[in-house]
Design a protein around this ligand. Structure first.
Ligand code: FAD
Length: 323
């Protein structure tokens, strides 16, 4: 089933939904461990689960294999990520054919980052230059068969982030207008890049709505699990980190348990603010781990300890102070 239909049904019924994102592990043992974890986490009732496409197409076969097993053996609605990096159209077509054969109906259509050693993205011969081209291709070849998710960047895409304030504003709006093109070409919903300033996400939603982007915009939540991991991700994605968060993390950076606990507390605070502001669901970047993502959902009373699917009753948006 298409995720957008499930999202709309959930919202109409007044239920808040959530989803879990995983990436392909490096070893066979890691893959089996991941499936054990997915089975346990599926019992919490995610609306869907998704599996990433390794940078530069490095995990193409494994991603396809995991996606197939997720859909047919873990029995969760599955979305497979697909990027254009190093992928001529024939390879993209093969991947789409395989995915369809596996009964998967949802694709997160992405451009991908430049291949290793390259600073800027250039299309390979016979390949696509951006996610927009991939979305158009999927719609042209498959009509409405696939539900298509797309990526959105509350702080603009990292390539668009510059120091000059005027230029930054221009780039931010250029990205939003480009996002509108992706929606108009067939993107059904938007999943956001990670962020730690909830106010920036809410502003982004408001700005998207102002240019008539009407599809669901789902916040991507990456719980802080380790100090090093957080530093690496926020630096790679050029994420703005509110001073209060930086100060707290600096004061506990040598205490792994305290960092994890703080990550859950912060994630819960962020999710509460987002749901209070009318966000329909939460997308959890699990980093293939259960504890932090599920603890946040438990704190939000979206899942219970007996593993029974449970959802928060719909609460109308309240006026929330932006941070
Ligand atoms: P695009 O939507 O094509 O946009 C990239 C940038 O180029 C934007 O700044 C956009 O404004 C600009 N741009 C491109 N074309 C045009 C145009 N025609 N006109 C104007 N501006 C244009 N990477 C992976 O390798 N594997 C994954 O599984 C993966 N999953 C992700 C999941 C999510 C939710 C997110 C947010 C990112 C993910 N990424 C993944 C990272 C992503 O591939 C990179 O951020 C990549 O650099 C951009 O991909 P995109 O689909 O957003 O690109």
């Amino acid at each position: 089933m298409k995720i957008i239909d499930k999202m709309n049904a959930s919202t109409q019924e007044g239920r808040t939904f959530f989803s879990f994102e995983y990436f392909p592990p490096r070893t066979e043992g890691g893959v089996e461990n991941l499936f054990d974890r997915m089975d346990r986490m599926a019992a919490f009732g995610p609306l869907f689960c998704d599996i990433t496409w390794g940078a530069g197409g490095s995990t193409a076969e494994l991603t396809l294999e995991i996606a197939t097993r997720m859909q047919n053996m873990v029995c969760v609605e599955t979305m497979m990520h697909l990027t254009c990096t190093n992928m001529p159209v024939e390879k993209l077509n093969n991947a789409l054919k395989e995915v369809k054969k596996a009964g998967i109906q949802n694709i997160l259509a992405l451009r991908g980052d430049p291949p290793e050693g390259q600073d800027t993205f250039t299309a390979i011969d016979g390949g696509f230059a951006c996610a927009l081209d991939l979305i158009k291709h999927i719609r042209k070849e498959y009509g409405d068969y696939f539900g298509i998710g797309i990526a959105g960047y509350p702080e603009a895409h990292p390539d668009s982030i510059v120091d000059d304030e005027e230029k930054m504003k221009e780039n931010y709006w250029r990205d939003i207008h480009y996002l509108k093109q992706k929606v108009d070409a067939g993107g059904d919903f938007i999943i956001s890049q990670l962020f730690y300033d909830t106010g920036l996400f809410l502003q982004f939603v408001e700005d998207c709505r102002s240019v008539d982007i009407t599809v669901p915009i789902i916040p991507g939540i990456m719980p802080i699990m380790t100090y090093g991991g957080f530093k690496r991700m926020t630096s790679f994605c050029k994420t703005k980190v509110p001073q209060k968060i930086t100060d707290t993390l600096e004061s506990i950076k040598d205490n792994d348990e305290a960092i994890k606990k703080y990550g859950i507390k912060l994630g819960t605070e962020m999710c509460r603010l987002l749901l209070d502001s009318g966000v329909p669901g939460l997308h959890m970047y699990t980093l293939n781990l259960q504890q932090s993502a599920v603890s946040i959902l438990e704190d939000m009373e979206l899942v219970d300890r007996n593993n029974l699917p449970r959802h928060l009753p719909w609460r109308p948006p309240t006026n929330v102070q932006r941070s």
